[in-house]
Design a protein around this ligand. Sequence first.
Ligand code: CO
Length: 294
Amino acid sequence: MRTKKWCGILMVLFFFLISANGLASPSHGSKAPKKVGILLVAFGSSEASAQVSFENIDKKVKAAYPDIPVHWAYTSHIIREKLAKQGKNLDSPAVALAKMQDENFTHVAVQSLHTIGGEEYHDLRRIVGAFKIMGGFQKIVLGYPLMSTQADMERIVDIILKTIPISRKKSDAVVLMGHGTPHPSNAFYAALMFQLQLKDSNIFVGTVEGYPDVELIKSLMLQKKIKKAYLIPFMSVAGDHAKNDMAGEESDSWKSIFSKSGIDCLPILKGTAEYDDFVNIWVDHIRGPLSHFE
Ligand code: CO
């Protein structure tokens, strides 16, 4: 984590030093002609299904903002390294922004494709902040992740209720698996569960790495004498966590833990980025930064 942060900051400084566009251009008199761009920033994934989702997001963003060029960056160093070995070169946010600066973009809407404003999102905020201080763009604004405002939360509750398989009976549980984080924004997961339960008391939200954890979700289901649960990832991509930690055969997967307590599990391996309704939230959030450019 630390090394990653420093890498990002050093990258920014490096491009600042080598870039003739840094602080130099505004002092050369006339203001550069307005050129607006969008930078989409995902955690990244090496999953084939994720590539399909990302292409879908790309298509939707271009359809919503047809005159604005769209660039991409991945925040995960590990994923970028993995993809580089397959010959696919993805930029980090700092490198992508340095390139956009070099291509004379003046206004950049950086859109986070994260789920909550956790560590990855705040790392991205720091990069955007560094570019702001550098003054290479006239404006650079970061858009909110998927679940940020109360309006987002209400939209997400409706989408979840809508996407639950029709085969599910009211007595069956629906367990969403969020990522979870030590970051304070982890509280969003319990808040989402509360709001879902106001509409359907058998929907639960747990996380792999934060609160509520799997043991708590299990005990809540046992209290309600749940016999069957649909397991659904609440992450943009049904990657490693969904396949292994949620639906895997290992004894510590959620499926195994719940099954051992007599709860039949039906995992659904589909990430939020595979549903247009969720994607539309991210697409709509780009309007936030763009509204600052008018
Ligand atoms: Co993880």
